[in-house]
Design a protein around this ligand. Structure first.
Ligand code: ADP
Ligand code: SF4
Length: 697
């Protein structure tokens, strides 16, 4: 079944005392569930193991209260009571023949300690990384010994939980062994500071401690950042080469990448598959131990090439394993064209960033494995022989049609345009977003394998068409459009006299090829990616572009997808003028009036056109008309009507995919109760209640 070209991906790899059954390695990734939602976390990891990953890792795992990452929820091994949650994950992962790995981390000055209230620790006195108004104190030699003890004890707990691989973490600018390497964080004058040999000492000791504690049965992995792209104040490639040389044979496995996280998980808008190769390819030449690397690998040919060319031994993946937990099995079973390829949008990252369970644009079941019992590959069969009409072939409509088809329903999808994909097809033409078309391509490919789903292009449906069609269930996924009146977060009453001004544009105009020229202001009251991409596009078209936002920073929500810095850098490189904290009050002829949000001062600037990126309105005319004609439904045979995706409430592509999937899952199914998903509860037993002092209960 399997293409013999891919055989090499399925050869076992010995990692110290353990053996991975193939070369697919799910590297650590955050998920917003962590220690707070252990059942959901374990179920999510289990699906990866079932999908064929030979190694399944936790996210960062806090080893001590002095490395408390609150409000972020990661894994935790502070004491023995944390073992059962991770033991559960290990059992689930082992049930599918995979190895479990834990990434032990003490975050030093990059922790928060907001929960534990411990003083932050660091190689030298310094400010905390994330802007908390407190400093980290320099560790004494005693502190270093204590830290080594905590790490050792956490490694032993990991082993007791059933972990096969214990990570020492020196990457992402997030853990003490890395902080000791960095000149900007380590100004010590003792044997742990100064020379490279001294700055490497702690990492060397912790590797040895870990091997000594658990190395008889567990592999010791080192996660190491080869470059921070910060120049001499950070770990740089040349120094990293020396460090790998010094430690070459000490770990059982090298897992190498770029720091910080925004340089590692770069959105596809700013980096292609395999972009880290020039920064990590030296490692395999320096060690005989297996090397894991990441690069948002979704193509089996690229994976094979990485291995054959001696870049890496194992295919590391976080995002590709999120978008398709069954990626390895699909290659193994000769179904590589079924892989649901990651699009590099980083909505998954936003789960961790917003401290909420991970979600994924491509994989709507991600984060719902336990909560809703959703499986990425399986779905319950249809209840009845009803037919379903889907109107609109954007992400919501395509996913609904695909998943309904998978359930066995007779599905017809009507799309007004001559192309499928809706906003995804249109947005994928914008600078850097080509890979987003994978959202459409995977669904169209899957639908093509079903005989019970029919697609009709160039088919604008009216309410009468819908009634005449004769389907029992009708779902409207008709999308939305950008507003032209300025209405949005900062202008609840809109902006006067804009709606009919021919010099006012919206992202829809740009997507339809109606382009402004000359001096153009892109007004961002949305805060995510649309405005910066419009600015990028118009710059490329030769416009003189300025970016204006009422917010105090550019595209503030893009911090959650790690786009922010890349957006800022690109804008700076393109010479796009950035004006923050300003609203638009008027636009007449070629004069734009801006108002400072803090002092109310107004100023005018010459401007030929503005692009309003404010808010959107659903295309719900069809929905409203059908509601008006509810009396005709029974004769037409219609039993249900729903609006989903942007047609219900405009949002992310991820929301539209989720809405389409959920519609398909829930059609004709009994409601699952008042709360639509399972939740974690902390249990409070009688002993705990008795321990509450008098006067406090
Ligand atoms: P979503 O993100 O919710 O899937 P999109 O805007 O991407 O929304 O897709 C909506 C799709 O619906 C578009 O491709 C649009 O052409 C199509 N559409 C809108 N109205 C109709 C209609 N009356 N009949 C058929 N297709 C429609
Ligand atoms: Fe890839 Fe986007 Fe899914 Fe993350 S959310 S795994 S980047 S498709």
């Amino acid at each position: 079944m399997r293409d013999p070209r891919y055989d090499i991906l399925f050869t076992p790899v010995k990692i110290g005392p353990v053996t991975a059954k193939n070369r697919f390695f799910q590297v650590p990734h955050c998920n917003g569930m962590g220690h707070a939602m252990p059942l959901a976390h374990a179920a999510m990891r289990e699906i990866k193991a079932e999908g064929g990953w030979a190694v399944v890792s936790t996210e960062e795992c806090e080893i001590h209260p002095s490395s408390d990452l609150t409000p972020y929820v990661e894994a935790r091994l502070w004491d023995d009571r944390d073992i059962p949650a991770l033991a559960l994950m290990c059992d689930k992962v082992h049930a599918h023949g995979a190895l479990a790995a834990v990434e032990l981390s003490h975050n030093g000055p990059t922790a928060s300690n907001l929960y534990s209230r411990e003083v932050l620790l660091a190689p030298s006195h310094q400010v905390s990384k994330y802007g908390y108004p407190s400093q980290a104190r320099a560790m004494t030699r005693h502190d270093i010994r204590e830290y080594r003890r905590w790490h050792r004890e956490a490694a032993l707990r990991g082993k007791r939980a059933g972990m096969d691989i214990i990570y020492v973490y020196a990457a992402h600018d997030l853990s003490l062994p890395m902080h000791f390497l960095q000149r900007r964080r380590n100004q010590r004058s003792d044997e742990y500071g100064g020379s490279l040999e001294n700055r490497v000492r702690l990492l060397r000791e912790v590797l040895a401690d870990t091997r000594d504690a658990v190395g008889d049965t567990c592999a010791v992995a080192l996660r190491f950042a080869t470059d921070e792209l910060l120049g001499p104040s950070g770990v740089e490639l040349a120094e990293a080469q020396d460090i790998v040389g010094l430690l070459a044979e000490l770990p059982d496995l090298w897992d190498v990448n770029l720091a910080a996280w925004y340089n590692d998980s770069v959105p596809s808008r700013f980096a292609a598959e395999g972009a880290q190769e020039p920064f990590i390819d030296f490692v395999k030449k320096t060690t005989t131990k297996p090397v894991v690397g990441v690069g948002r690998f979704t193509s089996p040919d690229t994976m094979v090439s990485q291995i054959r060319r001696g870049v890496i031994d194992m295919i590391g993946a976080a995002r590709p394993s999120i978008a398709d937990p069954f990626l390895p099995r699909k290659i193994e079973e000769g179904r590589a064209d079924d892989i649901r390829e990651c699009i590099g949008c980083n909505i998954c990252v936003s789960g961790d960033m917003t401290i909420s369970p991970i979600r994924c644009t491509q994989n709507p079941t991600m984060g719902e494995e336990w909560r809703k019992g959703w499986h990425p590959e399986r779905i319950q069969p249809r209840r009845t022989a009803s037919r379903v009409l889907v109107v609109g072939g954007g992400p919501a409509g395509l996913e609904a049609a695909r998943a309904l088809g998978q359930r066995g329903y007779e599905v017809s999808l009507a799309e007004a345009r001559r192309e499928l994909g809706g906003r995804v097809t249109r947005e994928a033409r914008l600078p850097g977003l080509a890979e987003w078309a994978r959202v459409r391509d995977w669904r169209v490919g899957q639908i093509g394998k079903l005989t019970n789903v029919s697609l009709y292009l160039d088919s604008v449906l009216s309410a009468q068409d819908v009634l005449d069609f004769g389907a029992e269930h009708v779902v409207l996924a008709t999308g939305c459009h950008w507003r032209r009146d300025g209405f949005g977060r900062s202008n609840g009453l809109g902006i006067e006299n804009l709606a009919n001004n021919p010099r006012v544009y919206t992202p829809d105009d740009l997507l339809d090829g109606r382009m402004p020229s000359g001096r153009v202001v892109v007004f961002d009251d949305d805060g995510f990616y649309h405005a910066s991409i419009a600015a990028d596009l118009l710059h490329q078209q030769g416009c003189d572009v300025a970016y204006v936002t009422p917010e105090d920073s550019v595209a503030p929500w893009s911090v959650n997808t790690l786009d922010y810095r890349h957006i800022r850098k690109r804008m700076a490189k393109q010479g796009i003028e950035v004006i923050v904290s300003h609203n638009i009050t008027a636009f007449d002829d070629t004069t734009l009036t801006l108002e400072n949000g803090w002092d109310g001062q107004r100023h005018e600037r010459a401007c030929d056109a503005i692009v309003l990126v404010t808010s959107r309105l659903p295309h719900d005319a069809l929905y409203q008309e059908l509601l008006q004609r509810e009396a005709d439904w029974a004769d037409a045979g219609i039993r249900s009507l729903r609006g989903i995706g942007d047609a219900e409430a405009p949002g992310l592509i991820a929301h539209a995919i989720y809405a389409g999937h959920r519609y398909a899952r829930e059609l004709e199914e009994a409601p699952s109760g008042e709360v639509a998903f399972r939740r974690h509860f902390h249990t409070v037993d009688a002993d705990d209640l008795r321990r509450i002092p008098d006067g406090m209960s």
